[in-house]
Design a protein around this ligand. Structure first.
Ligand code: HEM
Length: 204
């Protein structure tokens, strides 16, 4: 196990790991002539998955803490939360770029912006962009309390991404399979913060 430790601890190895789905989908798109539809679907799904994992990190820490489990895994994820969030945004950017390339018509893109499922997509990506822009040390130090407030936009992204996926595909099963664990974790987090009998201080 010790042989793998430098790899497990390397942030660059983790970033490469996060890039693997993008490499696979671009490979399929470029070399195996997979259509833009496939790239659009795959990038959207990975953006949503990584957003969900980013949001799950804090409630997971609380869950492990509540049940007295070792904090190694949640701490490991916690230290990589910024990379996870940035990767989610980059997949969403690829998704949007694919959509723009597929439509290749500004009028059509503007026309579709009137539909609620597209409005949700735009809300999700705009809030993800704001979070990505302020995800550097300079912003953390200079924005002070506003930084924490802006970070809350991640919930706006998640709700908008959920509704975007639900309404654009009109198939609830894959959407619920992805978002139900997050909803359960967030419900646990609310209980942990507000209804739990007083216990040791929680990890925040
Ligand atoms: C301006 C922003 C966006 C636009 C214009 C857009 C557009 C689209 C379109 C046209 C589809 C339908 C693809 C198809 O026909 O199969 C789609 C699907 C999807 N989008 Fe977006 N999207 C946007 C933002 C986002 C964001 C930010 C996320 C996630 C964080 C996201 C996640 C998804 C997912 C999961 C699907 C379903 C993929 C599948 O299973 O086929 N989208 N989007």
């Amino acid at each position: 196990m010790d042989v793998f430790r430098p790899l497990i601890n390397s942030h660059w190895a983790f970033r490469l790991f996060l890039a693997l789905p993008a490499i696979a989908m671009l490979w399929r798109f470029g070399l195996m002539a997979g259509g833009t539809g496939q790239l659009l679907s795959a990038s959207g799904e990975w953006a949503a998955r990584l957003l969900i994992v980013t949001l799950a990190v804090t409630p997971l820490r609380m869950l492990f803490h509540q049940f007295g489990l070792a904090q190694h895994l949640p701490m490991w994820l916690f230290k990589r939360r910024r990379d996870l969030g940035l990767a989610a945004f980059l997949y969403a950017a690829l998704h949007l770029a694919t959509y723009v390339a597929r439509q290749s018509n500004l009028h059509l893109i503007l026309y579709e912006m009137r539909y609620i499922e597209y409005i949700m997509g735009w809300i999700a990506i705009t809030s993800m962009l704001i979070i990505a822009v302020i995800s550097n040390d300079w912003s953390v130090h200079h924005l002070g309390t506003k930084w924490k407030l802006l970070q809350r936009l991640v919930y706006v992204s998640a709700v908008a991404a959920f509704l975007h996926w639900l309404w654009i595909k009109l198939d609830d099963v894959p959407v619920l399979v992805h978002f139900a664990p997050l909803a359960a974790l967030e419900a646990f987090r609310l209980w942990y913060n507000f209804a739990r009998p007083a216990g040791p201080r929680h990890p925040s």
